[in-house]
Ligand binder design. Structure first.
Ligand code: ADP
Ligand code: ZN
Length: 614
């Protein structure tokens, strides 16, 4: 009997397990229940796919995402693993075929939607009981919890599985980190004794950037220009802006399509299909897009409008870089969006809910305004502690020159104190500058600090106030609209006991900082090999990323394997794919190397410890 690690290599072509995979696999193999919580792209599927290969019977995978089932099954079959799915999209003939395969115990994995498994008067469950079911895997397990963001009532019925199949272990999988949801999943599924495998939510290969929204036109064009060969998603808030932006980019010659709920289903499906198959590079979408896609080579996710909360932002940006390669998450932030969203998210007659929604929006705003490490802000939001400075977000990559701004800080803080923490950044600025505007209240004109900062222009005050918030000398509070308030750190400054260093100039490094490569790759060969992949994908009628991920293609273009033995060392080349596609890639690489006078660099490839998800 092969070991789990053997199968990882022979079937999937990978050298080592990622973080929590091994533990989860072992628990299941020993017949215990497990809950695996890993971020998107973390490698949840292998946690049940490897046990499925080692168990004698069938592994039943329950998933609510019908659109993804075919993708998963195609991926397995490409690696020579007998798998199938049952859902409403199958023809009668196909369904009959699947049922026959099941009866003959020919399948290792079966993907089903919960309504198919549990629906009707339970015929399908009865049928399953006549088979040898070794394992249940419940994907997107948060759908069972009303606390999760995607509650599906039919998931509730899954509780019955434990009674009907007491001997088969269950593994529940989710990318929802929330502790309440986690406990709820275990309770509702009857997995009281399940072992929990919790991975960090850090996505080290995603680099985070925030740009001012008023530079959108310019910066977006620039960014896309530099990423012409890459796939990416641009999120907008409204259908209209998705439509307009897509048209605009199309006019500029980009390969782009819109996606939103206002399009007819036919067009929507077509646009998604083109994107998944790499025939269109950019999708401009409302949040309706993304749930049903597994495309692993999404290189950037750009938000031109502010998301409503950090959960959404994390989830949407998480669609980038499932293949583990460097990817960008870029947010265009403007305070105007906060005001717009405030109106937008309010639910009538539900003040409690509104308070929560506003609080979440304020946290999202803080992400946009902060000068702190973006990665740290995201992880802290999910309750994970991190050390500062990730070196891969705009805050960490920005060099700033500071000066002694104590006097400026004192003026600003006393203005906020005089205004009793009731006013926003613009009013505080007007107050400091002694504005004659009608909006300025008479009682404020009478205060001593009124006009104390008339020597500085408005833009500078706005910037300094933002900086003071970033440094923690002020904070943004208020529910209806953001107001500036003092903090504990304000007091020593007001008392003249602390020096405040403010930012004089900030030098931003570009969001396109090139990836650090230990061994350089051959970009031209990379492009050639991707073409070969595209052709193979067309022949098999699957998306290119299912043939090989971009990470695999990049390894080929880096280590230049020129024999079957060497190509086996490339991550993603399992037995079947090596024998089916190996030779074709070897020929292309050999030809390229001959004409460029290059030798193989396969000896430089250290059987890599999988990148740590840490
Ligand atoms: P999730 O379901 O958690 O979003 P997937 O199971 O789809 O993630 O895995 C993401 C990608 O990482 C897939 O392309 C998968 O083949 C790859 N992967 C998973 N585990 C490993 C591993 N141990 N080594 C290399 N690649 C892996
Ligand atoms: Zn950082």
């Amino acid at each position: 009997m092969p070991s789990a690690l053997d199968l990882l290599k022979t079937k999937f072509g990978y050298d080592s397990f990622r973080h929590e995979q091994e533990g989860a696999i072992n628990a299941v193999l020993e017949g215990r229940d497990a809950l695996a919580v890993m971020p998107t792209g973390g490698g949840k599927s292998l946690c049940y796919q490897i046990p499925a290969l080692l168990f004698p019977g069938l592994t039943v995978v329950i998933s609510p995402l019908i659109a993804l089932m075919k993708d998963q099954v195609d991926a397995l079959r490409l690696n020579g693993i007998p798998a199938a799915f049952l859902n409403s999209t199958l023809s009668t003939d196909d369904r009959t075929w699947v049922m026959n395969e099941l009866r003959q115990n020919k399948l290792k994995l079966l993907y089903v939607a919960p309504e198919r498994l549990l629906g009707g008067s339970g015929e399908f469950l009865q049928f399953l009981q006549t088979l040898n079911v070794s394992l249940f895997a419940i994907d997107e397990a948060h759908c069972i919890s009303a606390w999760g963001h995607d509650f599906r009532p039919e998931y509730r019925l899954l509780a019955r599985l434990k009674e009907l199949f007491p001997r088969a272990p269950t593994i529940a999988l989710t990318a929802t980190a929330d502790e309440t949801t986690r406990r709820d999943i275990m309770e509702k599924l009857g997995l009281q004794k399940a072992e929990v495998f919790l991975s960090s939510f850090n996505r080290p290969n995603i680099h985070y950037f925030v740009e001012p929204k008023n530079s959108l036109t310019n910066r977006l064009g620039n960014y896309l220009e530099k990423h012409r060969d890459d796939s990416g998603i641009i999120y907008t808030l409204s259908r209209k802006s998705a439509e307009d932006l897509a048209e605009n980019l199309d006019l500029q010659g980009f390969s782009v399509r819109p996606y939103h709920a206002g399009l007819n289903p036919e067009t929507r499906r077509e646009n998604q299909e083109l994107f998944i198959k790499d025939d269109v590079k950019i999708i401009v979408a409302t949040i309706a897009f993304g749930m049903g896609i597994n495309k692993s080579n999404v290189r950037f996710v750009i938000h031109v409008d502010l998301p409503k909360n950090i959960e959404s932002y994390y989830q949407e940006t998480g669609r980038a870089g499932r293949d583990g390669l460097r990817s960008d998450a870029l947010l265009f932030y403007g305070a105007g969006d906060v005001m717009k969203l405030k109106k937008f998210i309010q639910i009538e007659n539900n003040p409690e809910q509104n308070t929560i929604l506003l609080k979440k929006l304020n946290q999202m705003m803080a992400y946009g305004e902060s000068r702190d490490c973006r990665r740290k802000l995201l992880l802290n939001y999910f309750g994970e502690e991190t050390s500062a400075a990730c070196a891969s977000c705009d805050s960490c990559l920005t060099e700033v020159e500071r000066f002694d701004g104590t006097l400026i800080a004192q003026k600003a803080l006393s203005a906020v104190a005089r205004l009793e923490g009731q006013y926003g950044r613009h009013y505080v600025t007007d107050f400091l500058r002694g504005s004659k505007s009608e909006k300025m209240k008479d009682e404020h004109r009478a205060l001593k600090t009124y006009g104390a900062g008339a020597d500085l222009p408005k833009e500078l005050w706005l910037r300094y106030l933002k900086d003071l918030v970033g440094l923690g000398y002020l904070r943004v509070g208020g529910l209806e609209y953001p107001v500036l308030k003092l903090t504990e750190k304000s007091v020593p400054v007001l008392q003249g006991k602390e020096i405040v260093m403010l930012i004089k100039t900030a030098v931003r490094s570009q969001p396109v900082a090139p990836q650090q490569e230990d061994v350089p790759s051959e970009p031209e060969l990379f492009t050639n090999l991707k073409l070969i992949r595209t052709n193979l994908a067309r022949a098999e009628n699957v998306p290119p990323y299912l043939i090989f991920s971009d990470a695999t293609i990049l390894e080929l273009a880096t280590y230049l394997p020129m024999s079957l033995e060497d190509i086996r060392k490339i991550s993603g080349f399992g037995d079947l794919k090596t024998s089916k596609y190996g030779q074709q890639f070897i020929s292309a690489i050999s030809t390229y190397c001959q004409s460029h006078n290059l030798q193989t660099k396969i000896s430089l490839k250290i059987p890599k410890r999988e990148r740590k998800i840490k």
